[in-house]
Design a protein around this ligand. Structure first.
Ligand SMILES: Nc1ncnc2c1ncn2[C@@H]1O[C@H](COP(=O)(O)OP(=O)(O)OP(=O)(O)O)[C@@H](O)[C@H]1O
Length: 612
């Protein structure tokens, strides 16, 4: 019978809809930049089906077969009824009818399976592309985007695209074959009855088209509201301790609830339109049925139509209405999917870090300059936005040295390390690594030669071993243990029954900030890179940890160059050279003793133990 699939599918999508925080229209502090996503077109959606061409070809053939099997059923009914009228039941027609019903069921099952499998394949393809892209986006992208929103594109948006393929596009293909076949059959049976049917159905089509547009808009708004909930959850959970400690649990809860409530209100509105749509399309179907029955009955009585033909016509009528419903459903599902697809394509269209090899014009090709310093910066300037963060920075890090960079908070110390890793490109000036312009080195090569320990050195989810092997997947236990020993973590790991396989986290090894940093240093040591960039934690460490950190840095420096953003006097004392930075400039360079005499800023920093 008639259905209102448009409404049903729209409301179900509202509940699984993706967090579209990026497209939020409201000036919400938890929402990122406004929606600049270019709209996706049907062609884009179809392009995802390209690699499944072979299976889809089979689906089309199976759809034709299924449609044929369905369309033949009323003809058999016609024969059977006709035979009853003439006195002897046509048993072969009945037998064939049963066979047709069973065969149509089987073909339907095969079609369904192939479709679902293709849809899963499309989702897998889209997810693969997205995951590969997300891991390669330039670091700058992550400065301006919400991680939660990007994650939702891999999860929910791909799921929405999937629903368009199963519940929408390809399903509609089979439906349209039946639809056209039924109309042709009805035209052959009785043109007058077909005219009446189409007249009544047209009214329903108009109603559903108008309503589905509205449902589309509401569904999108509903998705956006759900997106705001997701962004809010991300915000609250990522700062859970701060939220709790600030006594803000209730307030954050209320904020989230408001967004959830907004999603609810929109969902209910979708349901309301759906509820109206149901009887409207139901009435139209009943109207068509009654009109056909009335006029048909009259024509049977007048002898211009046989009972068998009337029954057959009505069977075709219902056969035609079902795909009509599917068609409406497809319109809505495909439209929602296009919204989701736009979000997927927006990410895929971003340049990967590897694509962006910078402007290589006039850049010297890397040459093996054995005696060149480990790192040289010449006239380097950089800004994240309008404000310059580094201004005309020139410095040299000799090979095998420990060079410490000190300066007030915000001086640009961390940024200096980020430029060396080529997370960002300088606006002006040159950075050389072992004599070669870093722009001329593939990022992978450059990074394999540099060990990098971030200020908030993250210990990745997994075991101690997983963390150590990140940069050197082939390292054996002995190498892991040596590295842990060098950073004074071996005893800590051996205390745990699982040893290297102890999992980090609440149930396994809990690591303090200083210990995480030392684990990261151990990781860099295993990698064997000749240059270590170390962003020392600003948090104060207790005496024992500070000593352990100092020893870790010393053992790291035994066989490599170390460039360290230093926050404690003990570290600076071990440095061969200290670079003092202020507001993006190098204001002094020298040893501790020299700088105490020459740099008032350094003297001031040293007086306060440097912890800035
Ligand atoms: N990803 C970013 N996007 C925009 N601005 C940034 C970004 N990272 C840093 N900044 C800004 O650049 C300036 C320098 O930051 P940087 O982290 O390099 O300083 P720092 O000297 O390492 O400070 P600290 O000692 O506090 O870690 C700061 O004003 C900071 O707000």
């Amino acid at each position: 019978m008639a259905e209102a699939p448009a409404a049903a599918s729209a409301s179900s999508q509202a509940s699984v809809s993706s967090p579209t925080a990026a497209s939020s229209p409201a000036p919400d502090p938890t929402s990122p930049a406004p929606d600049t996503t270019p709209p996706a077109r049907l062609r884009d959606l179809l392009s995802y089906l390209g690699e499944h061409r072979a299976v889809l070809g089979v689906v089309v053939v199976v759809s034709f077969l299924g449609a044929g099997l369905s369309l033949a059923q009323p003809l058999m009914v016609n024969r059977a009824i006709g035979s009853v009228g003439s006195g002897a039941l046509d048993r072969s027609a009945v037998g064939l009818l049963v066979a047709l019903v069973v065969a149509a069921g089987l073909v339907g099952a095969v079609q369904q399976y192939l479709l679902e499998r293709t849809a899963e394949g499309v989702v897998l393809g889209a997810r693969r592309r997205l995951l590969a892209k997300l891991l390669r986006l330039p670091v700058r992208e992550y400065d301006v985007r919400r991680t939660g929103d990007l994650v939702s594109r891999v999860g929910s948006d791909t799921t929405l695209v999937r629903s368009a393929l199963t519940g929408g596009l390809v399903d509609a293909l089979g439906g349209s074959i039946v639809f056209v076949g039924a109309i042709v059959a009805m035209a052959l049976l009785d043109l007058v009855l077909l005219g009446i049917t189409l007249g009544v159905i047209l009214v329903a089509v108009a109603a559903v088209v108008v309503a589905s547009g509205r449902i589309q808009t509401l569904t999108k708004q509903s998705q956006e509201a759900v997106g705001r909930v997701a962004a809010g959850v991300e915000r609250a959970l990522s700062g859970l301790r701060t939220v709790r400690a600030s006594g803000a649990t209730e307030r954050e809860g209320r904020r989230l609830e408001e967004d959830a409530q907004a999603a609810y209100v929109l969902g209910v509105r979708v349901a309301r339109i759906g509820a109206i749509l149901w009887p409207v399309s139901g009435l139209a179907v009943q109207g068509a049925f009654l009109a056909v029955l009335g006029v048909g009955g009259y024509r049977v009585a007048a002898g211009t139509l046989t009972v068998a033909d009337l029954v057959t016509f009505i069977l075709f009528l219902f056969m035609m209405l079902m795909p009509l419903g599917q068609g409406f459903s497809a319109v809505v599902t495909v439209r929602s999917a296009l919204g989701a697809l736009a979000r997927i394509q927006e990410v895929l269209a971003l340049p990967s870090e590897d694509d962006d090899e910078g402007d290589l014009d006039g850049v010297r090709a890397p040459v093996a300059t054995v005696h060149a310093p480990a790192v040289e910066l010449a006239g380097v300037s950089f800004s994240y936005g309008d404000e310059p963060v580094l201004r005309d920075v020139t410095l040299t890090v000799p090979r095998g040295s420990i060079t410490a960079v000190v300066g007030p908070s915000g001086a640009g110390k961390t940024t200096l390390l980020a430029l060396l890793e080529r997370f960002y490109e300088p606006d002006a000036g040159v950075i050389r690594f072992e004599g070669a312009d870093v722009r001329a080195l593939p990022r992978a090569v450059l990074r394999s030669r540099i060990g990098y320990v971030e200020q908030d050195a993250p210990a990745l989810a997994g075991s101690i071993r997983d963390n150590l092997l990140l940069a050197a997947p082939g390292a054996d236990d002995a190498a892991c243990r040596r590295a842990l020993d060098a950073v004074n973590l071996l005893d800590r790991v051996d205390q745990h029954p699982a040893g290297l396989d102890a999992v980090l986290g609440d149930d396994g090894v809990g690591l303090s900030g200083g210990e995480r940093q030392r684990l990261a240093i151990a990781r860099a040591l295993i990698g064997g890179a000749p240059l270590l960039l170390l962003d020392e934690p600003t948090a104060s460490l207790d005496g024992r940890n500070e000593q352990a950190m100092r020893e870790a840095i010393r053992s790291a420096a035994e066989q490599r160059t170390v460039l360290i953003v230093a926050h404690r006097l003990a570290t600076v004392a071990d440095a061969d050279q200290i670079v003092v930075m202020e507001a993006g400039r190098v204001v002094a360079t020298g040893t501790h003793a020299e700088l105490l005499g020459t740099s008032p800023l350094y003297r001031e920093l040293a007086e306060h133990q440097l912890l800035v």
